[in-house]
Design a protein around this ligand. Structure first.
Ligand code: G3P
Length: 222
C-alpha cells in the first residue's frame, strides 16, 4: 500500500517527501482553506514540483459541465494532477467525460460500496472511501474498504485504485493496508504519530548512554 499526504501545507509535504515514503498528495477545499492566502494554482503547481506522483485537486462545481471545465483547467497545470469530484450522478458524468479526454479522476466522499462500484464503472482512476467519517456514524469504515476491495478483485476489468481517506489515527493506516486499500492518504500528524514508539525512544537513549559510557571509560585508560 502506498502513502499519500492529505494536506495543502507545503512545509508538511516538504518534510515527508524527505522521508522517501511519499507517493502522492490529496487536497480538498477545506484543506486549502486552512492555508490562508495561498493561491490554489500556485499550491498545486508547487506540490507537483515536490512530489513525483498523483496530486488530487478538487472541483467545487455542483454540475457536470462545471466539474469538466475545472478538470480541464486544473489538469493543464501538471501531468500529475488528478481531478477530484464528488460521488454524485454529476460527478460520475464528469468522470466519464474527463476520462474520454485522458484526464484521471478521484471520486471522493464515498460512503458505500455501490458508490465505489459506480465510480469505477465510470472510469475513475481512484475512489476515496472516507473511513473516519464512516466510523463517526457508528459504522465500520474498514468494512467498507474490505467490501470495495472484494468487489474490485472479483471484477478483473476494474483497474480503479482504492484510496483510503479520512484517516484519523495510525491504526487506520495498518487496517487500510490489511483491508486491501492501494493507498492511504494521511494527515501529517497521523504519519508523525505512526512513527512514534516509546520503546524506540528508550532504545535510542539506552544505546547512546552505553556508547558515551564506553567512550568515557576509554578516555580514563592510560
Ligand atoms: O481525504 C479526506 C479527508 O481530508 C477528510 O478527513 O478527517 O475531515 O474526515 P476528515
Amino acid at each position: 500500500m502506498k502513502i499519500y499526504l492529505d494536506t495543502a501545507n507545503l512545509e508538511e509535504i516538504r518534510e515527508v517527501a524527505r522521508w522517501g515514503i511519499l507517493s502522492g498528495v490529496t487536497t480538498n477545499p477545506s484543506l486549502m482553506a486552512q492555508e490562508v492566502g495561498a493561491d490554489f494554482e500556485d499550491t498545486i503547481r508547487t506540490i507537483a514540483g515536490l512530489v513525483d506522483g498523483p496530486i488530487s485537486a478538487e472541483t467545487v462545481s455542483e454540475d457536470a459541465d462545471g466539474m469538466v471545465a475545472e478538470g480541464i483547467e486544473y489538469s493543464a497545470w501538471h501531468s500529475n494532477v488528478i481531478i477530484k469530484v464528488p460521488s454524485t450522478p454529476a460527478g460520475l458524468e464528469a468522470v466519464s467525460r474527463l476520462g474520454t479526454m485522458g484526464i484521471r479522476t478521484n471520486v471522493t466522499l464515498i460512503f458505500n460500496a455501490n458508490q465505489a462500484l459506480m465510480a469505477a464503472l465510470a472510469g475513475a482512476f481512484v475512489v476515496s472511501p472516507f473511513v473516519g467519517r464512516v466510523d463517526d456514524m457508528s459504522h465500520d469504515g474498514m468494512e467498507l474498504i474490505r467490501e470495495i476491495s472484494s468487489i474490485f478483485e472479483q471484477n478483473p476489468d476494474i483497474r480503479t485504485g482504492i484510496l483510503a481517506a479520512s484517516i484519523r489515527h495510525p491504526r487506520h493506516i495498518i487496517e487500510s493496508a490489511l483491508a486491501g486499500a492501494h493507498i492511504a492518504t494521511c494527515p501529517y500528524k497521523v504519519l508523525k504519530k505512526a512513527m512514534q514508539h516509546p520503546l524506540t525512544d528508550r532504545g535510542i537513549a539506552s544505546f547512546l548512554a552505553d556508547w558515551h559510557a564506553r567512550e568515557a571509560s576509554m578516555a580514563m585508560q592510560p
